[in-house]
Design a protein around this ligand. Structure first.
Ligand code: ATP
Ligand code: MG
Length: 430
């Protein structure tokens, strides 16, 4: 068996994939992203605002996670995992245990009656944890992040996987000596976010947006992607490539940013990520201090940086998907290649498609292989719904020409690729 040497690669014959594509989505599913993802077999709706990720969906989700991980580690982020179960004591110290302060808590009880909460965010536990490791200026700065499930009892849950009650968040927290050190990292992270949104294919539609800093600071920065289904309204300055959230769209703010109302374009958007100065609010309340070079005790200056990979996946589906189905960029797609055999009962075609499947795997290319005994039209429609960027078709017709047909999902462009040039063709498409 060849696959023994390729243990990390996934061989996926569609005849063995347990999910099937569906003609229609559940009636109560209004969001385009969830409709497409359910029909293509990526996700399963457990209840309103709660979704399971199926094999194709999980692969896509993990690809997004990996892109975020690479960019966070490139700016010095260290990955860890905190806990979902949270003790009230810590959150009472910061004043965020009360339902009046945070209105999306899921709270439950231990057997002995003691209350616990399911984490909505993780400033408190990480700040408290850092007090065990940070005491001197030499211990700073620190950048720590996780991909972890948050639970939020969201009022509105109509946006498919873009707003759910249980979702994974990448949350990074920065711990710096002073404001200047914090700002340098904050800008670095904003650049890393730009790279992430470009890599997942929505760079052109995504804008760094001035938003309210809430109770922590004057401004925060959101990354907002133009989409019909968006819940936010922003005003975009195309020339400068920045935007202003409606919530801070005032003459005063525009003057501060040096932009005029008539230069701005209104758009409906989805917040795919945000970065937030936290100042010393949490470090002061939870006792995270350090001794500077002169031995003076100072509070650590903090920031928080969130991205929801599930919301991001939903946004990509909304923005790039078309009337035929999903359209994934290569880095995000569950598989880079969808190999399809159209055999019409001809065993030679099956043999040739099998051979190409093996060839792809030998070259480290994971393919979804539609080896099912189904009509060409059905296979193509399924393939368009699933949205893998490159489709290779093997049929009697293509074999007669010593080729496979390559079709680009995004624009439908088709070319014949000689059998001997398949790997080179994919490499060129990089
Ligand atoms: P929103 O205003 O849309 O509710 P938020 O201000 O609550 O977002 P944060 O708490 O800062 O957002 O979360 C950081 C990131 O986590 C968001 O930018 C988004 O990508 C993601 N996120 C937030 N809430 C959800 C949710 N309910 N479902 C999926 N992803 C979410
Ligand atoms: Mg929210």
């Amino acid at each position: 068996m060849r696959y023994n040497v390729l243990t990390t690669l996934i061989a996926m014959r569609q005849s063995q994939l347990f999910t099937k594509t569906r003609k229609s989505a559940p009636k109560d599913e209004v969001a385009k992203n969830a409709q497409l993802l359910i029909r293509a077999g990526y996700i399963h709706k457990e209840m309103a605002g709660v979704y399971a990720y199926l094999p194709l969906g999980l692969r896509t989700f993990n690809n997004i996670v990996q892109i975020i991980r690479e960019e966070m580690s490139a700016i010095g982020g260290q990955e860890l995992t905190l806990t979902a179960l949270q003790s009230p004591a810590l959150w009472q110290k910061s004043g965020r245990w009360d339902d009046d302060a945070v209105d999306v808590w899921f709270k439950t009880k231990l057997k002995d009656g003691a209350e616990v909460g399911l984490g909505v965010t993780h400033e408190e536990p990480l700040t408290a944890l850092m007090t065990e490791y940070v005491s001197s200026y030499k211990d700073l700065p620190v950048y720590a992040y996780q991909f972890q499930t948050k639970f939020r009892n969201e009022m509105r849950a109509k946006s498919g996987i873009m707003r759910t009650r249980e979702f994974v968040m990448k949350d990074l927290y920065s711990f710096s000596r002073d404001e200047a050190e914090f700002r340098t990292f904050y800008e670095k992270c904003a650049e890393a976010y730009k790279k992430i949104f470009i890599r997942v294919g929505i760079g052109a539609q995504t804008f760094r947006t001035f938003a309210s800093g809430g109770s922590f600071s004057k401004f925060s920065d959101e990354f907002q992607t133009i989409a019909e289904a968006g819940e936010d309204t922003i005003y975009i300055h195309r020339g400068k490539g920045i935007a202003v959230n409606k919530e801070v769209y005032t003459d005063e703010v525009l003057a501060e940013l040096g932009i005029k109302r008539e230069e701005l374009e209104e758009a409906k958007t989805v917040e795919v990520g945000n970065i937030f100065p936290l100042g010393t609010r949490f470090s002061e309340l939870l006792g995270l201090t350090y001794k500077d070079e002169e031995g003076r005790e100072k509070p650590v200056v903090m920031g928080s940086y969130g991205i929801g990979p599930g919301r991001l996946m939903g946004t990509i589906a909304e923005v790039l998907g078309d009337e035929k189905g999903l359209v994934w960029p290569k880095e995000v797609a569950p598989f880079p290649v969808h190999l399809i055999s159209i055999s019409g009962g001809n065993a030679d075609v099956v043999k040739e498609a099998d051979r190409i499947y093996d060839l792809l795997l030998e070259n480290g290319i994971e393919a979804l292989y539609d080896d099912r005994d189904a009509r060409a039209g059905e296979k193509f429609a399924n393939s368009e719904l699933i949205g893998i960027p490159t489709r290779f078709v093997v049929s009697e017709k293509t074999m007669a020409q010593g080729s496979v047909e390559a079709v680009n999902r995004a624009d439908g462009a088709a070319t014949l690729v000689p059998e001997s040039g398949i790997i080179e063709y994919l490499a060129r498409k990089e």
